[in-house]
Write a protein that binds this ligand. Structure first.
Ligand SMILES: [Zn+2]
Length: 120
């Protein structure tokens, strides 16, 4: 069995710390939130910026700055399975689970994403 990448961490504490960090809002959540309000044509005010900044690495003022600086947010993510698993190299997956035979997710929400930002 090929073990997932996180097994390479020698200390369990490091893994737990990294895992906890994933749950904190970051640039992704900020940009996808700003895109949401642009799409529904709602201006980001103090109240909305506070909500976006909640449990986030970004502050309310940083959210407001981004909102005022960015004219458009375009979000792209991979729309097909990877040619091979980046963990083990296999081209055969457990397709119903969208995981490789080694257990690696091959179509998770958090992989192969890009943003294009158009400034004002
Ligand atoms: Zn694999």
């Amino acid at each position: 069995m090929i073990r997932p990448r996180w097994w390479k961490f020698k200390k369990v504490k490091e893994y737990k710390k990294l895992k906890a960090q994933v749950e904190v809002g970051n640039a992704f959540h900020a940009l996808i939130s700003l895109q949401h309000f642009q799409r529904i044509n709602v201006k980001v005010n103090d109240e909305i910026a506070n909500k976006i900044a909640e449990n986030s690495l970004l502050t309310k003022n940083q959210i407001l700055f981004l909102s005022e600086s960015i004219k458009q947010v375009h979000f792209y993510r991979r729309s097909h399975l990877p040619d091979w698993c980046h963990q083990c190299g296999s081209e055969i997956y457990n397709f119903s689970q969208l995981k490789c035979i080694c257990g690696q997710e091959v179509f998770s929400n958090a992989t192969s994403m890009s943003f294009v930002l158009i400034k004002r």
